[in-house]
Design a protein around this ligand. Sequence first.
Ligand code: NDP
Length: 264
Amino acid sequence: MMEWLPTTPEAWFDFLVYASIGMCAFVFVALFYFPAAYGRYNTGNKLWGPGINPRLGWFLTEVASCVLFAVIYFMGDYAFDIVPLIFLLMWQFHYFHRTFIFPFTVKVRPGATTPIGIPLMAFFTNTVISFLNASILTWATISRGYDISWLTDPRFIIGVLVFVSGYYVNKKADAMLAALRKPGESGYKIPRGWLYEKITCPNYFGELLTWVGWSIATWSVAGWIFVLLTAANLVPRAITNHRWYHEKFDDYPKDRKILIPYIL
Ligand code: NDP
Protein backbone atom coordinates (compact mmCIF):
# COMPACT_ATOMS: atom_id res chain seq x y z
CA MET A 1 0.00 0.00 0.00
CA MET A 2 2.89 2.38 0.78
CA GLU A 3 5.18 0.97 -1.94
CA TRP A 4 5.88 4.48 -3.22
CA LEU A 5 7.69 5.37 0.02
CA PRO A 6 11.51 5.27 -0.14
CA THR A 7 13.23 2.33 1.55
CA THR A 8 16.84 3.50 1.94
CA PRO A 9 18.34 6.66 3.53
CA GLU A 10 19.62 7.77 0.09
CA ALA A 11 16.17 7.35 -1.43
CA TRP A 12 14.63 9.23 1.52
CA PHE A 13 17.14 12.01 0.97
CA ASP A 14 16.17 12.39 -2.71
CA PHE A 15 12.48 12.12 -1.89
CA LEU A 16 12.73 14.84 0.76
CA VAL A 17 14.73 17.13 -1.53
CA TYR A 18 11.97 17.04 -4.17
CA ALA A 19 9.20 17.25 -1.56
CA SER A 20 10.93 20.28 -0.01
CA ILE A 21 11.13 22.09 -3.35
CA GLY A 22 7.38 21.59 -3.75
CA MET A 23 6.81 22.74 -0.16
CA CYS A 24 8.92 25.90 -0.73
CA ALA A 25 6.87 26.87 -3.78
CA PHE A 26 3.64 26.37 -1.82
CA VAL A 27 4.90 28.27 1.25
CA PHE A 28 6.23 31.17 -0.84
CA VAL A 29 2.90 31.75 -2.61
CA ALA A 30 0.69 31.06 0.44
CA LEU A 31 2.54 33.52 2.72
CA PHE A 32 1.83 36.44 0.39
CA TYR A 33 -1.89 35.89 0.99
CA PHE A 34 -1.84 34.56 4.56
CA PRO A 35 1.12 35.83 6.68
CA ALA A 36 2.15 33.26 9.30
CA ALA A 37 -0.07 34.05 12.30
CA TYR A 38 2.57 34.85 14.92
CA GLY A 39 3.76 38.22 16.24
CA ARG A 40 1.94 41.22 14.73
CA TYR A 41 -0.04 39.00 12.33
CA ASN A 42 -1.70 36.84 14.98
CA THR A 43 -5.28 38.06 14.69
CA GLY A 44 -6.60 35.56 17.23
CA ASN A 45 -8.18 33.39 14.50
CA LYS A 46 -8.56 29.87 15.94
CA LEU A 47 -7.84 28.20 12.58
CA TRP A 48 -4.27 27.52 13.71
CA GLY A 49 -5.30 26.08 17.06
CA PRO A 50 -5.17 27.39 20.62
CA GLY A 51 -2.66 30.06 21.55
CA ILE A 52 0.42 29.25 23.61
CA ASN A 53 3.08 31.44 25.23
CA PRO A 54 5.20 32.90 22.37
CA ARG A 55 8.43 31.87 24.14
CA LEU A 56 7.23 28.26 24.23
CA GLY A 57 6.22 28.71 20.59
CA TRP A 58 9.77 29.67 19.64
CA PHE A 59 11.19 26.76 21.64
CA LEU A 60 8.92 24.22 19.89
CA THR A 61 9.67 25.81 16.53
CA GLU A 62 13.41 25.48 16.87
CA VAL A 63 14.03 22.48 19.13
CA ALA A 64 14.09 19.99 16.22
CA SER A 65 16.84 21.97 14.52
CA CYS A 66 18.93 21.82 17.68
CA VAL A 67 18.25 18.42 19.26
CA LEU A 68 17.09 16.23 16.33
CA PHE A 69 19.87 17.62 14.18
CA ALA A 70 22.43 16.46 16.77
CA VAL A 71 20.79 13.02 17.05
CA ILE A 72 20.80 12.50 13.28
CA TYR A 73 24.36 13.81 13.08
CA PHE A 74 25.66 11.37 15.70
CA MET A 75 23.89 8.43 14.02
CA GLY A 76 26.31 8.92 11.10
CA ASP A 77 29.62 7.23 10.33
CA TYR A 78 31.75 10.41 10.19
CA ALA A 79 30.41 12.04 13.37
CA PHE A 80 33.83 12.42 14.97
CA ASP A 81 35.72 13.67 11.90
CA ILE A 82 37.13 17.19 12.22
CA VAL A 83 35.33 18.97 9.37
CA PRO A 84 31.83 17.59 10.15
CA LEU A 85 32.43 18.54 13.79
CA ILE A 86 33.20 22.12 12.74
CA PHE A 87 29.95 22.19 10.73
CA LEU A 88 28.10 20.81 13.76
CA LEU A 89 29.52 23.62 15.88
CA MET A 90 28.49 26.25 13.32
CA TRP A 91 24.96 24.87 13.12
CA GLN A 92 24.59 24.67 16.90
CA PHE A 93 26.15 28.10 17.36
CA HIS A 94 23.01 29.38 15.65
CA TYR A 95 20.41 26.85 16.79
CA PHE A 96 21.41 26.44 20.41
CA HIS A 97 20.99 30.20 20.71
CA ARG A 98 17.71 30.23 18.75
CA THR A 99 16.20 27.41 20.83
CA PHE A 100 17.37 28.13 24.35
CA ILE A 101 18.35 31.83 24.46
CA PHE A 102 16.45 33.80 21.80
CA PRO A 103 12.96 32.94 23.25
CA PHE A 104 13.96 34.69 26.47
CA THR A 105 15.38 37.79 24.76
CA VAL A 106 12.19 38.80 22.90
CA LYS A 107 9.95 41.37 24.59
CA VAL A 108 6.59 39.62 24.53
CA ARG A 109 3.52 41.89 24.50
CA PRO A 110 1.23 41.30 27.53
CA GLY A 111 -1.37 38.70 26.57
CA ALA A 112 0.29 37.84 23.25
CA THR A 113 0.12 34.20 22.14
CA THR A 114 1.25 32.06 19.22
CA PRO A 115 -1.26 29.58 17.78
CA ILE A 116 0.11 26.08 18.34
CA GLY A 117 -0.28 25.17 14.65
CA ILE A 118 2.56 27.53 13.66
CA PRO A 119 5.30 25.91 15.83
CA LEU A 120 3.98 22.43 15.01
CA MET A 121 4.27 23.08 11.28
CA ALA A 122 7.73 24.58 11.78
CA PHE A 123 8.75 21.57 13.89
CA PHE A 124 7.83 19.31 10.97
CA THR A 125 9.71 21.33 8.33
CA ASN A 126 12.72 21.75 10.65
CA THR A 127 12.81 17.97 11.13
CA VAL A 128 13.07 17.51 7.36
CA ILE A 129 15.70 20.24 7.06
CA SER A 130 17.66 18.72 9.95
CA PHE A 131 17.66 15.28 8.34
CA LEU A 132 18.89 16.71 5.03
CA ASN A 133 21.60 18.91 6.55
CA ALA A 134 22.88 16.50 9.23
CA SER A 135 22.98 13.46 6.96
CA ILE A 136 25.13 15.23 4.37
CA LEU A 137 27.76 15.72 7.06
CA THR A 138 28.09 12.23 8.53
CA TRP A 139 26.07 9.53 6.77
CA ALA A 140 28.44 7.53 4.55
CA THR A 141 25.85 6.78 1.86
CA ILE A 142 24.76 10.43 1.61
CA SER A 143 27.75 12.61 2.53
CA ARG A 144 30.22 13.84 -0.08
CA GLY A 145 32.87 13.09 2.59
CA TYR A 146 34.59 16.13 4.05
CA ASP A 147 38.25 15.34 4.69
CA ILE A 148 40.67 17.70 6.38
CA SER A 149 41.68 19.32 3.04
CA TRP A 150 38.19 20.88 2.91
CA LEU A 151 39.37 23.41 5.51
CA THR A 152 41.55 25.15 2.92
CA ASP A 153 39.04 24.94 0.09
CA PRO A 154 37.90 28.45 -1.00
CA ARG A 155 34.26 27.31 -0.78
CA PHE A 156 34.72 26.50 2.91
CA ILE A 157 36.58 29.72 3.68
CA ILE A 158 34.18 32.01 1.80
CA GLY A 159 31.16 30.12 3.16
CA VAL A 160 32.30 30.44 6.77
CA LEU A 161 32.94 34.18 6.32
CA VAL A 162 29.46 34.68 4.88
CA PHE A 163 27.96 32.52 7.66
CA VAL A 164 29.66 34.53 10.40
CA SER A 165 28.65 37.86 8.79
CA GLY A 166 25.04 36.67 8.53
CA TYR A 167 25.07 35.46 12.11
CA TYR A 168 26.32 38.84 13.32
CA VAL A 169 23.78 40.82 11.28
CA ASN A 170 20.89 38.58 12.38
CA LYS A 171 21.72 38.69 16.07
CA LYS A 172 22.47 42.41 16.16
CA ALA A 173 19.27 43.25 14.24
CA ASP A 174 17.14 41.05 16.54
CA ALA A 175 18.76 42.64 19.59
CA MET A 176 17.97 46.14 18.26
CA LEU A 177 14.31 45.17 17.85
CA ALA A 178 14.20 43.76 21.37
CA ALA A 179 15.68 47.01 22.71
CA LEU A 180 12.85 49.07 21.17
CA ARG A 181 10.42 48.10 23.93
CA LYS A 182 11.34 49.60 27.28
CA PRO A 183 10.03 47.94 30.46
CA GLY A 184 6.25 48.27 30.53
CA GLU A 185 5.96 49.14 26.81
CA SER A 186 4.16 46.86 24.39
CA GLY A 187 3.70 48.72 21.09
CA TYR A 188 5.72 49.07 17.91
CA LYS A 189 8.23 51.80 16.98
CA ILE A 190 10.21 52.62 13.86
CA PRO A 191 13.63 50.96 14.23
CA ARG A 192 16.45 53.47 13.64
CA GLY A 193 20.18 53.25 13.02
CA TRP A 194 22.70 50.87 11.47
CA LEU A 195 21.24 48.60 8.73
CA TYR A 196 17.72 49.70 9.66
CA GLU A 197 18.48 52.93 7.78
CA LYS A 198 18.87 50.85 4.60
CA ILE A 199 16.29 48.04 4.91
CA THR A 200 13.18 47.16 6.89
CA CYS A 201 14.24 43.63 7.87
CA PRO A 202 17.99 43.32 8.62
CA ASN A 203 17.25 40.32 10.87
CA TYR A 204 15.81 38.42 7.89
CA PHE A 205 18.68 39.60 5.67
CA GLY A 206 21.16 38.22 8.24
CA GLU A 207 19.25 34.94 8.46
CA LEU A 208 19.40 34.50 4.69
CA LEU A 209 23.12 35.34 4.60
CA THR A 210 23.77 32.79 7.36
CA TRP A 211 22.27 29.93 5.34
CA VAL A 212 23.79 31.08 2.05
CA GLY A 213 27.14 30.88 3.88
CA TRP A 214 26.30 27.41 5.18
CA SER A 215 25.39 26.27 1.65
CA ILE A 216 28.63 27.56 0.20
CA ALA A 217 30.72 26.08 3.02
CA THR A 218 29.06 22.64 2.80
CA TRP A 219 28.62 22.91 -0.98
CA SER A 220 25.48 20.85 -0.71
CA VAL A 221 22.00 20.50 -2.15
CA ALA A 222 20.70 20.21 1.42
CA GLY A 223 22.09 23.67 2.23
CA TRP A 224 20.48 25.27 -0.81
CA ILE A 225 17.16 23.64 -0.01
CA PHE A 226 17.36 25.36 3.37
CA VAL A 227 18.15 28.70 1.70
CA LEU A 228 15.11 28.18 -0.54
CA LEU A 229 12.86 27.42 2.44
CA THR A 230 14.21 30.37 4.43
CA ALA A 231 13.61 32.67 1.44
CA ALA A 232 10.11 31.19 0.94
CA ASN A 233 9.32 32.11 4.55
CA LEU A 234 11.12 35.42 4.88
CA VAL A 235 10.76 37.18 1.50
CA PRO A 236 6.92 37.34 1.64
CA ARG A 237 7.06 38.25 5.35
CA ALA A 238 9.62 41.01 4.74
CA ILE A 239 7.43 42.47 1.99
CA THR A 240 4.37 42.28 4.26
CA ASN A 241 6.32 43.89 7.16
CA HIS A 242 7.49 46.70 4.87
CA ARG A 243 3.93 47.41 3.76
CA TRP A 244 2.76 47.20 7.40
CA TYR A 245 5.29 49.86 8.52
CA HIS A 246 4.23 52.20 5.72
CA GLU A 247 0.56 51.76 6.67
CA LYS A 248 1.17 52.18 10.41
CA PHE A 249 3.66 55.07 10.42
CA ASP A 250 3.16 58.16 8.21
CA ASP A 251 6.78 59.13 8.82
CA TYR A 252 8.26 55.72 7.88
CA PRO A 253 11.39 56.52 5.80
CA LYS A 254 10.49 56.36 2.12
CA ASP A 255 13.97 55.40 0.92
CA ARG A 256 14.30 52.22 3.02
CA LYS A 257 14.47 49.07 0.93
CA ILE A 258 12.81 45.85 2.14
CA LEU A 259 15.37 43.08 2.54
CA ILE A 260 18.59 43.58 0.57
CA PRO A 261 20.42 46.94 0.89
CA TYR A 262 20.21 49.04 -2.34
CA ILE A 263 18.55 46.16 -4.25
CA LEU A 264 15.21 44.89 -2.89
P1 NDP B 1 10.15 40.17 13.75
O1 NDP B 1 11.09 41.19 13.22
O2 NDP B 1 8.74 40.17 13.25
O3 NDP B 1 10.03 40.28 15.36
C1 NDP B 1 11.10 39.98 16.22
C2 NDP B 1 10.78 40.52 17.62
O4 NDP B 1 10.86 41.95 17.63
C3 NDP B 1 9.36 40.20 18.12
O5 NDP B 1 9.41 40.05 19.52
C4 NDP B 1 8.56 41.44 17.75
O6 NDP B 1 7.44 41.65 18.58
C5 NDP B 1 9.60 42.54 17.96
N1 NDP B 1 9.42 43.66 17.03
C6 NDP B 1 9.43 43.58 15.67
N2 NDP B 1 9.28 44.81 15.14
C7 NDP B 1 9.17 45.67 16.18
C8 NDP B 1 8.98 47.08 16.27
N3 NDP B 1 8.89 47.85 15.18
N4 NDP B 1 8.87 47.66 17.51
C9 NDP B 1 8.96 46.89 18.63
N5 NDP B 1 9.17 45.54 18.61
C10 NDP B 1 9.25 44.94 17.39
O7 NDP B 1 10.86 38.76 13.51
P2 NDP B 1 10.27 37.27 13.54
O8 NDP B 1 9.56 37.11 14.85
O9 NDP B 1 9.55 36.98 12.28
O10 NDP B 1 11.62 36.43 13.52
C11 NDP B 1 12.46 36.36 14.65
C12 NDP B 1 13.77 35.65 14.24
O11 NDP B 1 13.48 34.36 13.69
C13 NDP B 1 14.54 36.41 13.17
O12 NDP B 1 15.90 36.33 13.46
C14 NDP B 1 14.23 35.65 11.89
O13 NDP B 1 15.29 35.74 10.98
C15 NDP B 1 14.04 34.21 12.41
N6 NDP B 1 13.14 33.46 11.53
C16 NDP B 1 13.67 32.51 10.70
C17 NDP B 1 12.87 31.82 9.82
C18 NDP B 1 13.47 30.81 8.87
O14 NDP B 1 12.76 30.36 7.99
N7 NDP B 1 14.73 30.42 9.01
C19 NDP B 1 11.43 32.06 9.76
C20 NDP B 1 10.98 33.08 10.67
C21 NDP B 1 11.81 33.74 11.52
P3 NDP B 1 6.00 40.98 18.27
O15 NDP B 1 6.23 39.49 18.35
O16 NDP B 1 5.14 41.51 19.36
O17 NDP B 1 5.58 41.40 16.89
